[in-house]
Design a protein around this ligand. Sequence first.
Ligand SMILES: Cc1cc2nc3c(=O)[nH]c(=O)nc-3n(C[C@H](O)[C@H](O)[C@H](O)COP(=O)(O)OP(=O)(O)OC[C@H]3O[C@@H](n4cnc5c(N)ncnc54)[C@H](O)[C@@H]3O)c2cc1C
Length: 412
Amino acid sequence: MTRRSLIAGAAAAAAVPAVAAGPGPLVGRQRWDVIVVGAGVFGAWTAKRLLEAGRRVLLLDAWGPAHARASSGGESRMTRSAYGADAVYTRMAVESLPEWRRLSDAAGLPIFQPTGVLFFFQRVESFLEETIQAHRRLGLPTELFDAATMRRRFPQIDFAGVEAGLFEPDFGVLLARRAVQSLVAEFVRAGGEYRQVAVRPPTAAHALEQVVSAEGVPLSADHFVFACGPWLGRLFPDLLGSRIFPTRQEVFFFAPPPGADDFASARLPAWADYNDGDIYYGFPDLEGRGFKIAHDAHGPPLDPDVGDRTPSAGALADVRTYMARRFPALVRSPLSEARVCQYENSSNGDLLIDFHPQWANTLLVGAGSGHGFKHGPAVGRYAADLLLGTHARAESRFSLETKEAVQARAVH
Ligand SMILES: Cc1cc2nc3c(=O)[nH]c(=O)nc-3n(C[C@H](O)[C@H](O)[C@H](O)COP(=O)(O)OP(=O)(O)OC[C@H]3O[C@@H](n4cnc5c(N)ncnc54)[C@H](O)[C@@H]3O)c2cc1C
């Protein structure tokens, strides 16, 4: 690590309150209990859990927590527990929610916005029925709406052809970048170490002994976690290059009509239109950012480093056509912001939380697959328990061996 790169790293990290303040330069002679590579939502929560378990933890990121090209970057993410038959994710979303509320309170800023979440359906799909069954089993207060009830409660939405809806009153929207940056600041205040360091693809014959920074500084630990989102395939090309599929996703914000509060969070929940499995979703106007909308369909492959992030006219036209159908009051609303992000999909949408097949001290965490953010606290707990050997039962759906090299999305 050169003096210049340390200064540059500190300056870049200065955008994150308190994170930049580290206890002096990193040198190769030090040794940590765990080094976590990647300070997105998964790495940050895993590092926090390991610290709480009494471990000495170093968290590294090449560009900073929730930076603009990270999958955890950007304004907002939905948290919901409607997952059809995939009740493992319902449980994780439910387990995570109190942690998000706690982080919100501790940060003194709205990180969780309890807008409620409305999922609506053209017909009574198995996804809806299985969600209701799972929620009843868990005692969740999810309400089943008919079209007349939705029309009365949410007149901003044209529910033509819609038969039923699920309303989750306790869920809502997470302010993504703010959440991860606040979490890393909290991790540092609690005694964790964070540095802006890029790590080279690791190599080792047996157990991994160290990672090496881009400048050639070796950093040693007993255990390692790689939570590198869409870059996992870069770090482990043979293992994950064909099993993590980064896809181009576009999100748009539109200015609501002047003076009206129809699209404020007091009147409009976060929503998702199941649309025969071709989901569109969006959020009310939060913090004046505008009405957010996105098409959940996987876009073309995107290189997370050099992929072009210019929003496309095609994707804009797609969401405008959709808005004309379901949000007629916004048909002439000006575009206020557009962003290109990437999902880092596994073959079927299941998360990856498993050991490296050759290095028993190294955990791979990722494949959020467009729905992972909300699960951050539960992923961190699961990953930390797995690494510390305290997990009662491993979830086979998160295993490396279930990750195929052909995409066939199953989890929504
Ligand atoms: C447009 C969009 C909408 C989404 N909507 C939702 C939603 O509504 N609800 C939901 O729950 N989820 C949603 N998701 C999914 C969710 O945001 C992601 O699954 C999640 O943020 C992934 O987090 P991560 O920590 O795995 O990856 P990342 O956030 O990408 O973090 C990985 C980090 O690793 C670092 N890194 C990579 N290589 C190196 C290296 N060599 N050395 C050091 N650091 C390195 C990167 O800089 C990066 O910061 C959405 C995602 C997108 C893109």
